[in-house]
Write a protein that binds this ligand. Structure first.
Ligand code: FAD
Length: 456
């Protein structure tokens, strides 16, 4: 008799696991049912800012695989608008509610893939029924925001609350749509995913775009007129606005798992082993934004909610469910983003992470250019390296600059993954031609500077 696999969450991790399992196990061997409470499967939340800005014109371009494709190609029974509300590990069944009004269903499982993603942080002041306040977690959120922005007359002023990468990308999107944008950030600077000295470059670029950045400012509430938001209240005064976008971060969505008694780690994410099996629970697997993972440099558990990890973790779970063997090797914290033409990349530990992990280190900042200085379009590129003292092992890297900056972080990520020292890195055979780099690539310039700092 076929085993039954139930998937909770129909996006990156859940559907990657389901599709991968199907590749090695046919319908007679494995029946797959996927519950998704939203309206879409396998969509790119990452693309929402570019859809809001208008760069990507059509929402459906963000959908990689719809339920019909999952059914036809992978024989997966997708149940949209079904929310799983309970997992019973003893009876090995889940209870799901049909949100379209069809009542409750119970489905047995032999194999469970828990891929519920993350929950956006929503402070009390944001939990109002005031119209004009939006998150950007799902395509439904994006649709609601787009409709508001497309109104006639369109809104003129926007406040983005939260200066992480999603807040920064949304600020850019709203500027591109012609709104006057204020970004409010509680910390001293937006973009705390990089060190403050690098974040300053991003802040300057955003101000250059016309974004009014209020850093070190705490939002205390919203005010409304006729049921529509008309201002954001802060501890530094009121900011009039026609629309508010929330980008305050996320936490793992584990309420269901906790209620079922599944193990939760120190970061709040589900604890999984290398094969993405929920620690100590046979037949139960998990991946994506709902799990915690190992940071390969600090050796600590971390919650890093990124699509790149969700897809890989789902695939690893699917290979194992399919009868193969695969492991997820952990993360090193590589991430990229941009503010209009300014690109930002990071990998490994920031200075504060290195301190928290107990490393002794040097850090250097090297200023260079993305192309040979004489070549048209040459623009500044700033590379920061953090290297362990005295070993010289690369611990972290950050890049801010114009074209060819962001993806250069991948060179540094590979070096870091392979535990290279900055001394080893000075000899790397990197490509050079004037349109792509100076004779000494910015990565090599930074590595040389780090070697000098270690020698001092
Ligand atoms: C605006 C934005 C931009 C981003 N940009 C990037 C980027 O550039 N690069 C990057 O790597 N990552 C980016 N991310 C993060 C990335 O989208 C997530 O890490 C990724 O989607 C996580 O995949 P997941 O499958 O774990 O969770 P999700 O994509 O959140 O999917 C979980 C699914 O589970 C469903 N669900 C939850 N609970 C239940 C339940 N009880 N029953 C049924 N269904 C349920 C949800 O509706 C959801 O569809 C971005 C995210 C956002 C919001």
């Amino acid at each position: 008799m076929a085993e039954r696999m139930i998937v909770i969450g129909g996006d990156a991790a859940g559907m990657a696991a389901a599709a991968q399992a199907r590749r090695s196990r046919g319908r007679d061997d494995l029946e797959i049912v996927a519950f998704e409470r939203g309206h879409f499967t396998s969509y790119s939340a990452c693309g929402i800012p570019y859809w809001i800005s208008g760069l990507v014109p059509d929402r459906d371009q963000l959908i990689a695989r719809d339920p019909a494709t999952h059914r036809e190609k992978f024989d997966i029974d997708v149940r949209l608008r079904h929310e799983v509300v309970a997992i019973d590990l003893d009876r090995r069944e889940v209870t799901a509610v049909d949100l379209a009004g069809g009542g409750e269903v119970r489905e047995p499982f032999d194999i469970l893939m828990h891929a519920t993603g993350a929950v956006p942080t929503t402070p009390d002041w944001a939990r109002t029924d005031v119209a004009g306040v939006f998150g950007v977690q799902t395509l439904d959120d994006g649709s609601a925001l787009r409709s508001w922005l497309d109104a006639d007359p369109p809104p003129q002023r926007a406040v983005v609350v939260g200066g992480g990468y999603i807040g920064v990308e949304m600020a850019e999107a709203l500027v591109l749509r012609g709104l006057s944008v204020t970004l409010v950030e509680r910390a001293e600077q937006p973009m705390s995913t990089v060190d403050p000295d690098m974040a300053r470059l991003v802040t300057d670029a955003m101000r250059g775009l016309g974004v009014d950045i209020r850093a070190g400012v705490q939002v205390t509430g919203l005010s409304e007129h006729d049921g529509r938001v008309d201002a954001v209240q802060t501890d530094a005064g009121s900011i009039p606005t026609d629309v508010v976008v929330l980008g305050l971060g996320v936490r793992p969505n584990t309420a269901l798992a906790e209620a079922a008694g599944l193990p939760i780690g120190t970061t709040g994410g589900l604890r999984v082993d290398r094969q993405m099996r929920v620690a100590g629970v046979p037949g139960v697997w998990a991946g994506g934004d709902c799990v915690e993972t190992l940071h390969r440099v600090s050796g600590m558990p971390v919650h890093v909610p990124l699509g790149t990890h969700a897809n890989k973790q789902g695939r690893v779970a699917g290979i194992n469910i399919g009868g193969g063997y695969a492991t997820f090797a952990g993360v090193i914290g590589t991430a990229v983003t941009k503010v209009c033409d300014l690109e930002v990349g990071r990998t490994g530990l920031r200075e504060r992470d290195a301190l928290a992990a107990g490393f002794e280190f040097v850090s250097v900042i090297a200023k260079s250019t993305n192309r040979a200085g004489y070549y048209p379009g040459a623009r500044p590129m700033t590379v920061k390296l953090i290297a362990e003292r005295p070993s010289g092992r690369l611990l972290g890297a950050q890049i801010v600059g114009w074209s060819e900056a962001a993806k250069r972080i991948d060179t540094l990520a590979v070096a870091l993954w392979n535990r290279m020292t900055v001394d080893d890195m000075t000899a790397l055979d990197l490509g050079y031609a004037p349109p792509y780099s100076p004779a000494w690539d910015p990565v090599l310039v930074a590595a040389r500077k780090a070697v000098d700092a270690l020698a001092r």
